[in-house]
Design a binder for this molecule. Structure first.
Ligand code: NAD
Length: 317
């Protein structure tokens, strides 16, 4: 397991999400070099200046930025965060069209300047963008990765942990499918400290009623809307989630994460990108783990896959 402290991370987009990923990755010392690229020179220069002013307080490294994509040269991982956010009145499909056009403009150049990089997509709708990126770049499927439901699963675990009064690290539960409205909680495989969640009944730590479960799922799905309504963007949790993914990739950690990637016959699903728990390491993602599912969970996964497929088709990819 070779730790790659010498690695270079490239980040496309120095907006709320891109800059916060850089900040979190810098604090944790994930890479020796972090390079930001943004179409706005003023914005990227200001973010890089601010980050560099904190260099005294973090593990040694370099942060640089430019409006020239060459800044990503030789990166080990390139994180794509550039793109429009959903505005009032805009449909997810409008967003997909605008962001697919940005991917089409940038990603061929990314492959040119960083041919060996793993590509990590964060731009929404992330599953659709992951599939579009696969087509645009022709890279092997294991190197084209969507941040998927890592953030949603972290929200899910946090809410379960709070409800039951246990540490979030001892809750094991995943959200699968689309990073979006059709995502599905995998209740049947969820556990706390090795106790299946369905059997959880511990003095002073409560139990989960059907209404509790419904409320928790509602809160997971509504989370981004709540944060965006209050502050215009989500950035801290996604910044930490992506940093966690970057560590798993660059340090070859073999962590199990619900990342988006191409399916090849998983439960009969082909040719669609969505999230399922997978082992992650320096070469990228592995095929999803054979996680047990109820009939309802599996049919939810199929519906989610169909939604993503329709969006990808609507874009002409
Ligand atoms: P933002 O508007 O703050 O930043 C976007 C940045 O992209 C801007 O700085 C802009 O200048 C840059 N940009 C736009 N077009 C570009 C181009 N052609 N080349 C280079 N740079 C370009 O937005 P944000 O809040 O940082 O969100 C970015 C994306 O991340 C959105 O699509 C959002 O929906 C998504 N997001 C995903 C998740 C997730 O879990 N997958 C979570 C949060 C946000």
């Amino acid at each position: 397991m070779g730790a790659e402290r010498a690695a270079k991370i490239g980040i496309i987009g120095a907006g709320s999400v891109g800059a916060t990923i850089a900040y979190a990755a810098m604090i944790r010392g994930v890479a020796r070099q972090i390079s930001l690229f943004d179409i706005s020179r003023t914005k990227v220069n200001a973010e890089v200046l601010d980050l560099n002013h904190g260099m005294l307080f973090v593990p040694p490294g370099t942060v640089e930025g430019s409006d020239d994509i060459e800044v990503l040269h030789g990166a080990d991982v390139v994180v794509m965060t550039a793109g429009a956010k959903q505005k009032p009145g805009q449909t997810r499909m409008d967003l997909a069209t605008a962001n697919a056009a940005i991917c089409a403009k940038l990603l061929p150049d990314v492959v040119r300047v960083a041919p060996d990089a793993l590509l990590l997509l964060v731009t929404n709708p992330v599953d659709v963008m992951t599939q579009v990126a696969l087509k645009l770049t022709g890279l092997p499927w294991e190197r084209v990765i969507g941040s998927g439901t890592v953030l949603d699963s972290s929200r899910f675990r946090y809410l379960l942990a709070r409800h039951c009064g246990v540490a979030v690290q001892n809750v094991h539960a995943y959200i699968a499918g689309e990073h979006g409205d059709s995502e599905i909680p995998l209740w049947s495989s969820a556990s706390i400290g090795s106790i299946p969640l369905s059997q959880w009944s511990v003095n002073e730590h409560g139990r989960l009623t059907a209404a509790d479960k419904e409320q928790i799922v509602h809160n997971v799905k509504d989370a981004a809307y709540q944060v965006i309504q209050g502050k215009g963007a989500t950035n801290y949790a996604i910044g930490l989630a992506v940093t966690n993914i970057l560590e798993a990739l660059l340090f070859d950690e073999r962590r199990v994460l619900p990342l988006s990637g191409l399916l090849h016959g998983y439960r009969g699903l082909e040719d669609v990108c969505l999230s399922l728990p997978r082992i992650v390491g320096r070469k990228g993602i592995e095929p999803p783990l054979p996680i047990p599912m109820t009939v309802d969970e599996e049919s939810g996964l199929r519906e989610s896959a169909e939604r993503i497929r329709q969006m990808v088709r609507g874009l002409g990819y």
